[in-house]
Ligand binder design. Structure first.
Ligand SMILES: [Zn+2]
Length: 498
């Protein structure tokens, strides 16, 4: 049953109820439960493997330090051999972003061609894996793509580094204090080597970031590339350790000694390697013979215009109080206090609410735009640069219940943001959305015993690293990183101090 309450008011209410905390409804997409339509090929497994590609494209589109989220949709017209990427942001999509994506795509096309030349008919479609490829195929092209993406996202990447670098160095020093340096083994050795490679990559990039007049040379970019890819490989091993609990066990052990909350080791490693990991996903895309059609087609790009809603919330404690009474179907004592706090939190002015990019994109794709793409069904998976908020999750759920065409994103982080605007103004959808938010609000109240009666990657995997470092390259980078540590005092302490 639908409700007449405005979903915007309910989203603001949830934002008040949960503040910055998660609502307990965080979830990740389970592709085995859904039918996917409109992918690159007519095969569920292969299409599932394209999720990380769309997420990677969205991720590398983020360049600003703060509050930029990007969503990307895909359409294929196999008859005319055309492909379209549709890009949306919470704000307006810039020309710079569209140009960046187009440039990266062209280079991925060139990389795919290099791989194809080297495969030259050796691919047997019945085999699960494509043939081994000499590791040096496309080497300089990969460094170029890596550089273009890194430069475009530099500000965002430096922000991640600012946030996590010091804590990670501190953590590593604590680890070395507790262990005999030369005896590090297995998981801890991989962690140590990963962090050294990561930090040495950052060191080179910082030179360029601190002084934009300094251009890195080709060989410096190659260093950043090799060290980053080595760090990715090692971080994958570290994150998978002990059934994915290795990081937590170690952080717990060291945290006791430091008498503070355990360091978020997993999160630090994931965040610091997120950009190179997504770049590797794109290399894997170019490497895949199954997905090659996508990189052979002619590329079109469209940008979704930014959308906003102007919303007037209840303006006084009295208005909020009657709103809460309607929402709960009854009067409760807590409503009076909540109403006062709500009025204080949101004030009385009008709110300009942006439509979040994933919802704006879906709305755009399901509305006729008056061009040839209206007749091409979009791929039901939407790539997004971060997990969706709860309001977006519910809007997409409501839409999927109401319409024949379904859409999915990677999942939701379970937080409620305000301001948040609903895309379009479909009558029935507004009501269904409101009902769903209200249900979750009532569940929340019940869990807090306020009603007296009734009432999750990133796609990183250790397989498919065909394009990774060659054995020789890996040995060289590892040896070179070790030599630098040696130069700076040998024990590793000097290194992490710097
Ligand atoms: Zn959202």
């Amino acid at each position: 049953m639908a409700t007449k309450l405005d979903p915007h008011h309910l989203v603001a209410l949830m934002n008040y109820a949960f503040k910055d905390k998660q609502d307990g409804f965080a979830r990740r997409l389970d592709p085995s439960l859904h039918t996917l339509k409109g992918g690159i090929v007519d095969n569920h497994e292969t299409n599932v493997r394209t999720f990380p590609i769309l997420d990677a494209l969205a991720h590398i589109s983020v360049s600003r330090k703060e509050s930029q989220v990007v969503a990307i949709g895909l359409q294929l017209n196999s008859r005319k051999k055309e492909i379209r990427l549709t890009v949306a942001e919470n704000k307006k999509v810039t020309d710079g972003l569209v140009n960046h994506l187009t440039k990266v795509w062209r280079k991925l096309q060139a990389l795919s061609c290099e791989y194809e030349k080297n495969r030259s008919g050796r691919w047997d479609k019945s085999q699960p894996r494509s043939p081994e490829m000499p590791k040096d195929v496309g080497h300089s092209l990969k460094i170029e793509i890596f550089r273009d993406i890194y430069q475009y996202s530099l500000e965002k990447q430096m922000k991640r580094i600012d946030k996590w670098y010091k804590g990670l160095a501190h953590f590593m020093k604590e680890l070395l204090r507790r262990r005999v340096f030369l005896d590090l083994q297995g998981f801890e050795l991989s962690l140590y080597e990963a962090v050294v490679a990561l930090m040495l990559a950052v060191e080179v990039v910082s030179k360029f970031h601190d002084n934009p007049k300094v251009q890195l040379t080709e060989s410096e970019w190659e260093l950043v590339y090799l060290r980053s890819i080595l760090a990715n490989e090692l971080v994958r091993i570290v994150l998978a350790d002990r059934k994915e609990f290795g990081c937590e066990i170690l952080a717990q052990e060291l945290g006791d000694q430091l008498s503070e909350d355990p360091f978020q080791l997993r999160r630090a490693l994931e965040k610091l390697t997120s950009l190179p990991c997504h770049i590797e996903t794109l290399f894997r895309f170019a490497h895949s013979p199954r997905l090659r059609p996508a990189l052979q087609y002619r590329l079109f790009t469209s940008a979704v215009p930014g959308m906003t809603h102007t919303v007037k919330l209840p303006a006084s404690p009295e208005e909020w109080k009657s709103f809460l009474e309607v929402a709960c179907h009854k009067r409760y004592d807590f409503q009076k206090t909540h109403a006062v706090e709500l009025a204080e939190r949101f004030g009385s002015s009008k709110w300009v609410c942006p439509v979040h990019c994933e919802c704006g994109l879906i709305q755009y794709l399901r509305t006729r735009q008056g061009n040839e793409w209206d007749h091409i069904p979009p791929f039901s998976y939407i790539g997004v640069s971060k997990l969706s908020c709860s309001a977006c999750r519910i809007w997409i759920e409501a839409l999927n219940e109401q319409s024949g065409r379904k859409f999915y994103t990677r999942g939701s982080h379970g937080k409620w943001y305000w301001p948040w605007g609903i895309p379009g103004a479909d009558g029935p959808l507004m009501g269904v959305m409101a009902r769903k938010v209200l249900d979750e609000y009532l569940t929340y109240l019940a869990s807090r015993k306020l009603l007296r009666s009734g009432s999750e990657s990133s796609g990183a995997s250790s397989d498919g690293a065909e394009h990774g470092l060659s054995d020789d390259d890996r040995k060289d980078v590892v040896a070179e990183c070790a030599a630098i540590v040696q130069d700076r005092g040998g024990s590793g302490f000097g290194f992490f101090d710097a």
